[in-house]
Design a protein around this ligand. Structure first.
Ligand code: SF4
Length: 471
């Protein structure tokens, strides 16, 4: 289980192409609702009517940001949207997306999920060339490059030329002129899929968006592919050499909604298999399997089914803990575990409990939960983690803490078990996770579990956060 300061969610993007449909922004609004789990900090929608782009964005949850009146005002044939949790750039309304930039020939709106590993280097180069940046997000670097390159080219050529310079993770939805464009980085690190409905096309970070919009999943955007939707048709272009595919393993074990499919794999099935394989790899005698809700639940059910030990509710989640309480100071951290989760005493008293969590990052939450369960009378608490130890930070859009704050980077499993007060603790193996997802190790990024990054990371970029202007 991760709290907001531990393992920040990333971003979610949606694009809707539906010429002639009134209320297009409402479709994007619904789509963003379905992606709210990917970012709760800010939300925005940009609507494109004949190349003229209107937008609205602000801090807050989707339902807090958009009133009926705002949705009504955002008319167009194409619209894109974004929900954000800051993984690069500070938490500020100026950093909300979509980004809308104007160039001599028109306007472009862009929504980005992912992190660029060379954004800061590119930003310095652009600043040296006289560019002025309005935000501290690396997505603005992409927007600036496109605006610079579009002078004598089509939007498609300008995007291709711009992305030649960019390294890192990106799933982009862009609208300009009469086009909706989707782009996925050459590794496919961040997800992006294509849906089709009667009115046109939908692009989204996750396929869970589609049923609400009456759309059916056609396929994922391929690594290094750009899809251009115009005049009711979808055209595909390979804008870059496809690198070694590296779909993010964490999308399966934690981030994505269980009802999504990513790169042909159902998230629910992958997560349930993680639990089943974990039960085979790390069995323990117990009376009940419980989950750390919600993200540990599917794996916990899988563990229970495989082990034959009954699944039961042991921790009840308060679903209405607002962001007011999600403040990264020590006092609120302590309080917030109790605010978010409460023990169902009658269910755990006198029992040997297996507590299944999706992951352990810092390890602080797990210890508090073990204590709460034992205080409520649990005889034994065994932690089973449905993913491998997180040993390395992510540089591709998932905001992990520094390596020295990752429990598994600085402690042995035995030490972590001791720190949490659990009677035993075991993680799923990397091989077990790959087998659960059903992908070969050369098609998936497992860097936060193995340290094997799919690309080289520029040194200078990693030192950037010490620079004063970022504060
Ligand atoms: S490092 Fe981890 S979280 Fe980041 S993209 Fe790779 S698997 Fe996903």
């Amino acid at each position: 289980m991760k709290d907001y300061w531990e393992f920040h969610d990333e971003c979610g993007v949606v694009g809707v192409y539906a010429p002639g449909k009134r209320d297009i922004a409402r479709g994007v609004y619904f789509g963003l609702h379905s992606l709210q789990h990917r970012g709760q900090e800010s939300a925005g929608i940009a609507a494109n009517k004949g190349g003229k782009i209107q937008y609205y964005k602000d801090m807050g949850l989707v339902q807090e940001v958009f009133s009926d009146e705002v949705i009504e005002r955002l008319q167009g044939d194409i619209a894109i949207g974004h929900v954000r949790y800051s993984t690069a750039g500070e938490s500020h309304a100026a950093n909300a997306m979509p980004l809308v930039v104007y160039y001599r020939g028109g306007a472009i709106a862009l929504a980005h999920n992912g992190n660029l590993v060379n954004a800061r280097i590119l930003r310095r180069q652009l600043q040296d060339d006289g560019f002025i940046f309005q935000t501290s997000i690396d997505s603005e670097v992409i927007a600036a490059l496109i605006a610079r390159n579009i002078k004598d080219s089509t939007i498609q050529q300008a995007i291709t030329k711009s992305l030649e310079k960019v390294q890192g993770a990106y799933a982009l939805v862009i609208t300009a002129g009469n086009k909706l464009i989707g782009v996925r980085d050459p590794y496919g690190l961040r997800p992006l899929c294509i849906g089709k409905n009667e009115e046109g096309f939908v692009l989204a970070s996750e396929s869970c968006v589609f049923p609400l919009l009456g759309a059916t999943l056609i396929r994922d955007v391929e690594p290094g592919e750009m899809v251009i939707i115009e005049d009711g048709e979808l055209k595909s272009v390979s804008y870059a050499e496809k690198e070694k595919r590296a779909s993010c393993a964490f999308e399966y074990v934690y981030f994505s909604r269980p009802d999504s499919r990513i790169d042909g794999v159902g998230v629910y099935t992958a997560r349930s298999q993680c639990g089943r394989i974990l039960a085979r790899e790390a069995p323990v005698a117990a009376d009940m399997v419980i989950s750390v809700p919600d993200s540990g639940t599917v794996a916990a059910i899988g563990y229970a089914e495989e082990s034959g030990i009954p699944y039961g509710e042991g921790l009840i989640k308060n679903r209405y803990v607002g962001r007011t309480f999600i403040q990264p100071d020590q006092r609120t951290r302590e309080l917030s575990v109790r605010l978010k989760l409460n023990v169902l005493k009658g269910n755990v008293q006198g029992k040997r409990i297996i507590m299944v969590d999706d992951s352990i990052v810092r390890g602080t939450t797990s210890g508090k939960l073990v204590k709460m369960l034992k205080d409520a009378g649990a005889k034994e608490v065994h932690i089973r983690v449905a993913s491998p130890p997180v040993t390395d930070p992510c540089f591709f859009g998932i905001d992990t803490p520094d390596k020295n704050k990752l429990a598994a980077a600085v402690h042995t499993i035995e030490e972590i078990a001791e720190m949490t007060g659990a009677d035993s603790l075991a993680y799923l193996s990397v091989e077990g996770m790959l087998s659960a997802i059903g992908m070969d190790s050369d098609k998936i990024c497992t860097a936060c579990f193995t340290g094997n990054y799919p690309m080289e990371l520029p040194e200078r970029d990693m030192e950037w956060e010490d620079e004063p202007w970022m504060i």
